[in-house]
Design a protein around this ligand. Structure first.
Ligand code: DOR
Ligand code: ZN
Ligand code: ZN
Length: 428
């Protein structure tokens, strides 16, 4: 089986070239004489990137298949240009044992649109009381590489320390949802002027920054790898800079929504804008963009969080936090980072593919576009624009905060090990 991508510009650089893919591997780059039976993708000078890797996706299977399944979430991922996603453990039942993580992994392989790597819970039932069997999950068929209680913080410093210590022996990474729970009781929105005016209990920046500082020190002393989920404040970027300078093995992600949206959205009263951690100030967003550009923040992860209408379309305080992200991530990165000149397309490859693949320890993802490398590839039309319609997205839920927005950057094809998983907005 072969495919030829004709006239693509790898990393958006240089003159267009043809890329030949045979049996899942890139076998020629240049002017290629395509085999007769080859599938041809006319790229017309579009940007070719390594397939995107999402370190932070909520797929809701098992337990809330009314909002997303591994099937629909995989479709959203492929359409968004992803070839691998990490599915968070806060399902029902929780992915805190080998049976659940193996189910998620196998179901992802059956669907076959994207590699679905289950994230294992750090603590049993996400209760924050005792460690889950990290070793059993790491050695299971799913080969769990990332552990997180995301949705909740591993707040107990002793448990977090133990998890970090065990992680070194297993060569896995602990991903922390940094939120000191004592500081966010009843929190509804970023603690600041806007929340105060509306009478919402605030979610202070210090609740995130204090946990990140603590965990960086724990990781440094344990010589362990820490990954910080969804960095939302400029102060967290400062802490990360400090910790990295001192040799801490810490990596961090920022979500597309924290790059683009701010607590100005509170004025809408629309809970589609409610997310945890909350949308921050314009100054925070600006500093997060700069921190992503200079590498202080390693990568972009979606925190794709589908929610049912009855859980989301309520008064603000009752609404669940979270928003869809898989099909809009590339466009938000194009809007906030490429249009502004903060990143070129090589930089986009770094933050959406290469760094997340390294952090998640995936050997066959985020690879250079070169002969002999696995053909996990994403083709992007950088000049095209599209209008977001939640109802048209592949997810079952439709809670996108970008409804009706016109955004730059369209994913025109995604290839997983040489197989076309998405093309011109359609699966397969
Ligand atoms: O907004 C969020 N939604 N933040 C989280 O930490 C959890 C997630 C979810 O599971 O819906
Ligand atoms: Zn989280
Ligand atoms: Zn999350």
């Amino acid at each position: 089986m072969s495919t030829v991508i004709k006239g693509a510009r790898p990393y958006g650089e240089g003159d267009p070239v043809d890329v030949l893919v045979e049996d899942g591997v890139i076998t020629a780059i240049g002017t290629v004489q395509a085999p007769e039976d080859a599938e041809v993708i006319e790229a017309n000078g579009q940007v070719l990137l390594p397939g995107f890797v999402d370190l932070h996706t909520h797929l809701r299977e098992p337990g809330r298949e009314d909002t997303e399944t591994i099937d629909t979430g995989s479709a959203a991922a492929a359409l968004g240009g992803y070839t691998a996603v990490f599915a968070m453990a806060n399902t029902d039942p929780v992915a805190d044992n080998a049976v659940i993580v193996d189910h998620v992994w196998r179901r992802g392989q059956e669907v076959g649109l994207v590699d679905v790597h289950p994230v294992g819970a750090v603590t049993v039932g996400l209760k924050g009381e005792k460690l889950a069997e990290l070793g059993t999950m790491a050695n299971s068929q799913a080969r769990v590489k990332v552990f997180s209680d995301d949705g909740l913080c591993v707040a107990d410093p002793l448990l977090m320390r133990r998890a970090l210590e065990y992680s070194t022996a297993l060569d896995v990474v602990i991903a922390q949802h940094a939120e000191e729970p004592r500081l966010t009781v009843g929190a509804q929105a970023h603690e600041g002027e806007r929340a105060a005016r509306l009478g919402y209990t605030g979610w202070p920046a210090a609740a995130e920054e204090s946990i990140v500082a603590r965990d960086c020190l724990l990781a440094l002393h344990a010589n362990a790898r820490l990954h910080v989920c969804h960095v939302s404040t400029s102060g967290t970027a400062d802490v990360l800079r400090w910790a990295k300078d001192r040799g801490t093995k810490v990596s961090a992600e920022v979500t597309p929504h924290h790059l683009l949206l701010t607590d100005e959205r509170l004025a809408t009263y629309d809970p589609v804008n409610k997310v945890n951690p909350p949308l921050r100030t314009e100054s925070d967003a600006e500093k997060l963009r700069a921190a992503l550009a200079d590498g202080t923040i390693d990568c972009v992860a979606t925190d794709h969080a589908p929610h049912a209408v009855q859980d989301k379309d309520t008064e603000w305080s009752a609404a669940r936090p979270g928003m869809l992200g898989l099909q809009t991530a590339l466009s938000i990165v194009a809007e906030t980072m490429v249009r502004t000149g903060l990143l070129d397309w090589r930089g986009v490859a770094r933050v959406l593919s290469e760094r997340p693949a390294e952090i998640g320890n995936l050997a066959d993802q985020g690879r250079p576009i070169e002969v002999g490398e696995p053909a996990n590839l994403t083709l992007v039309d950088p000049d095209a624009e599209w209008t977001v319609r939640g109802a048209e997205l592949a997810s079952i839920a439709a809670n996108t905060p970008y409804e009706g927005m016109r955004l730059p950057g369209v994913v025109t094809a995604t290839l997983l090990r040489g197989r076309i998983t998405a093309r011109d907005g359609k699966i397969g």
